[in-house]
Design a protein around this ligand. Structure first.
Ligand code: KIV
Ligand code: NA
Length: 277
């Protein structure tokens, strides 16, 4: 199995093979999800909430993204690695945006960047793709705009916002994105958008008719994320396992049941005798 590329994803859409995507923020997780056969790893700026403990993605910096991207790309052998451009790194000067992309791809080793928004970023996407930067789009609930959207809620439910989402998706495709994440969008609308586009859609809370699905790793395995949106399916409760394991460790240390001889190193009695003779 070779490295997944943006061309692989387009081909998968053509063959109606669903694309699998998951977030990862560190080396061991990247290795594990890669071994599990995931197609795309997203170093999402959700890392701000999931592993850095902020209450939104707004505080995440390019340095944060770079730090985690480097760890992930060292662990990802087959999966395509996509990294989020953080808040306000792609609305100022083009040179600054280009430098952010350069760092994530050149220093970080990612294969693509993801950014949020529709028609308003289409011109930027065009310039980036012209420069050879593969770009993934992100529409619907765009968490970097949480203060404008007024919370984390479903997008595109009424005619006006649904039409806007369709126009945004078309604009992004024309500008050259290789795929679009649709987040928190009614399933019927996501189905229509997916059918309309040549490039794949990857849904999160967007129904089964997207060309692929993405979930946040910590949500999927139940690792330290308490707030569970409706669209999350928890496939494991790793957090409970961690608490159980650490509780046992704490108890065994306190009762001097750990470490045992099995976990300890020996030395020759003769050496000991000479030391303390
Ligand atoms: O940051 C993230 O994890 C994301 C996914 C939810 C698509 O953008
Ligand atoms: Na994100």
């Amino acid at each position: 199995m070779g490295k997944t590329t943006t061309a692989t994803l387009r081909q998968m859409k053509g063959e109606e093979r669903p694309i699998t995507m998951i977030t990862a923020y560190d080396y061991p997780t990247a290795k594990l999800v890669d071994e599990a056969g995931i197609d795309v790893i997203l170093v999402g700026d959700s890392l701000g909430m999931v592993v850095l403990g902020y209450d939104s993605t707004i505080p995440v910096t390019i340095e944060d993204m770079l730090h985690h991207t480097k760890a992930v790309t060292r662990g990802a052998k087959h999966a395509l690695v996509v990294t989020d451009l953080p808040f306000l790194t792609y609305h100022g000067s083009f040179d600054r945006t280009l430098d952010a992309c350069r760092r994530l791809l050149q220093e970080g080793g990612a294969q693509a960047v993801k950014l949020e928004g529709g028609q308003e970023v289409a011109n930027l996407v065009q310039r980036l793709t012209d420069a050879g930067v593969p770009v993934m789009g992100h529409l619907g609930l765009t968490p970097q705009s949480v203060y404008q959207l007024g919370g984390y809620k479903v997008q595109g439910k009424d005619e006006f916002t649904a039409k806007k989402l369709i126009a945004d998706a078309k604009a992004l495709e024309e500008a050259g994105v290789f795929a679009i994440v649709l987040e928190c969008v009614p399933a019927a609308l996501a189905k229509q958008v997916s059918a309309m586009l040549e490039i794949p859609t990857i849904g999160i809370g967007a129904g089964v008719h997207c060309d692929g699905q993405v979930l946040v790793f910590h949500d999927l395995v139940g690792f330290g994320s308490e707030l569970q949106p409706k669209f999350v399916k928890q496939y494991a409760q790793v957090g409970c396992e961690v608490v159980d394991a650490v509780r046992q460790y704490v108890a065994e240390v306190r009762e001097r049941r750990f470490p045992t001889a099995e976990h300890s190193y020996k030395m020759d009695d003769s050496v000991l005798a000479r030391l303390y003779g």
